[in-house]
Design a protein around this ligand. Sequence first.
Ligand code: SAM
Length: 223
Amino acid sequence: MAIERLLKGKRFKHAVDIGGGFGRLCVLLEYYADRVTLAEPSQQQLDLAKDFLRGHPRTDCKRMQVEDLKFPDGSVDLIVMIRVMHHLPEPETPFAELARTLSDDGYIILEMANYTHFRNRLKHLLKGKKMPDEPVDIRSSDHRKVDNVPFVNHNPRTVIKQLSHAGLLVENTLSVSNLRSSGLKKVMPSSLMIALERFLQAPLASTYFGPSIFFLIRKASSN
Ligand SMILES: C[S@@+](CC[C@H](N)C(=O)[O-])C[C@H]1O[C@@H](n2cnc3c(N)ncnc32)[C@H](O)[C@@H]1O
C-alpha cells in the first residue's frame, strides 16, 4: 500500500530492489519500471528468487550488497530498500552508495524499523528515559549468542540527518503498520483495519507514530 502510494503516477527506466530477498516486491516494481534488478547478498535468497521470478523476464537478479553496488554513477532512477535498515547499524556507507547510484531525477523508497514509535515513546516517558538518537540493538541475549547479524531499530530523525549528509532529501513520509497489534487483529475485521491504515499513514507521518516508516527520497541537487 505504501509503495503504491509513493509511486503513484511515476514511471522509471531501471528499478533496483536492494536486499529484496526472494524478490516479492520486484513483481510490483515491474508495474512502474521497464527493467527491474533484484540486488541481494544472500545466495540462498537468490536461489529462491530464481523460482519465484520465473516468467518475469524484465527482472534480473544480481548478488551484491548495499555497501558496494555494482551500478555506474547516476544509472538507476528508482531504488527501493525495504526491511533492510535493521541490518545496517551504520548506514553512512550504504547511503553514500545510494546517492552515488541514483540518477539526478531519480527516487528512493527507504523503509526503516522505527524505534521511536508511539508505544516505545510512551514506555520511555513512563520510565523517565530519553529516546536514543542512536540505533538500538533489539536482539534478545539468547538471539545475540547464536547470531551475529546486526538487528537494530533506528530513530527517524537521525536517519534523516544521515541521508542529508549523503546529499539525499526526504520528500514524503508515511507512517506504516500503525495498527500492528495482535489484540486489535482479533477483534477488528481485516477490511476495516486496512481502511483505517490507509487513512492514517499520511496524517501520522509527522509524529513517526508507527513501527515502520517509509521515506520517499530525492537527491538534494534535484530541488
Ligand atoms: C527481512 S529481509 C527483506 C527482504 C525484502 N526487502 C522484503 O521486504 O521482502 C532482509 C534482506 O536484507 C538483506 N540484507 C542484509 N544485509 C544486507 C546488505 N548489507 N545489503 C543488502 N541487503 C542486505 C538480506 O539478505 C535479506 O534478504
